[in-house]
Design a protein around this ligand. Structure first.
Ligand code: PGA
Length: 254
């Protein structure tokens, strides 16, 4: 069974003290993850070390960067490289979040480089894809997501794609309170898995964890995660609340 994952994306929220309090509340309300499940906390860069040390000892608990540089090192003011992340024990990095694509103009060619830098340093990418509302309304979401995967991800070989993590996040559902229905999520996840199968074969496709993101909360996680091709969620707003995120962690399939 592929990994089932609850990933928290704090975005640019919380002070260090608030973040530490949130983590200790989450650890207190949910000390045991089910077998085969993981909780990943994508926290702001300056807190990675502290939050990682708070999580230490908890099986299945990891920190993630929210971004990674496309280059290895050099004169790139403000960037954080894969080698730097690796050197402080980070094992995951979100790549291609729609906010990075939209506000920082990260196009597919840059994402290709980010995925490669990440893998070079043994950091697992959490690769985001998902369509804007206009695309969903004209019914071409499957083609749109296919293009994102083809241009951003399908340069990888089969070994690199094994156990990969993809997050499907329809942009119209992010931070809007408007969740995709569990059927809409399942349809797209099945589509993504069949694209991977076509290119890499059934074994690889079956090993890839596909997370849903977009207004996941305690009240809807169980239904969405219950779908056969949904392997957990990437959670923004509700990940800032301990009770909500604990409920989301408990909603993972085992
Ligand atoms: P949301 O954000 O849960 O607040 O909709 C999800 C995300 O952007 O990863």
């Amino acid at each position: 069974m592929r990994k089932q994952i609850a990933a928290a994306n704090w975005k640019m929220n919380l002070t260090l003290a608030e973040g530490e309090k949130l983590i200790s509340d989450i650890l207190a309300c949910n000390s045991e993850l089910k077998a085969g499940t993981e909780a990943i906390f994508a926290v702001p860069f300056p807190y990675l070390v502290q939050i990682n040390s708070l999580l230490k000892g908890g099986p299945g608990l990891f920190v993630s960067a929210q971004n990674i540089a496309a280059m290895n090192n050099g004169a790139f003011t403000g960037e954080v490289s894969g080698a730097m992340l690796k050197s402080i024990g980070v094992q995951y990095a979100i790549i291609g979040h729609s906010e990075r694509r939209e506000y920082y103009h990260e196009h597919n060619a840059v994402l290709v480089e980010k995925v490669l830098r990440s893998l070079e340093h043994d950091i697992h990418p959490i690769f985001c894809c998902g369509e804007p509302l206009s695309i969903r309304e004209n019914g071409s979401q499957n083609t749109y997501v296919f293009e994102q995967l083809k241009e951003g991800l399908f340069h990888l070989d089969a070994a690199q794609m094994k156990n990969f993590i993809i997050a499907y996040e329809p942009i119209w559902a992010i931070g809007t309170g408007k969740t995709a229905t569990s059927d809409q999520a399942e349809d797209m996840h099945l589509h993504i898995r069949s694209l991977i199968e076509k290119k890499y074969g059934a074994d690889i496709a079956d090993s890839v964890s596909i997370l849903y993101g977009g207004s996941v909360k305690g009240a809807n996680a169980k239904e969405i995660f219950g779908k056969p091709n949904v392997d957990g969620g990437l959670v923004g707003g509700a990940s800032l609340n301990a009770t909500e995120f604990c409920e989301i962690m408990k909603s993972l399939k085992s």
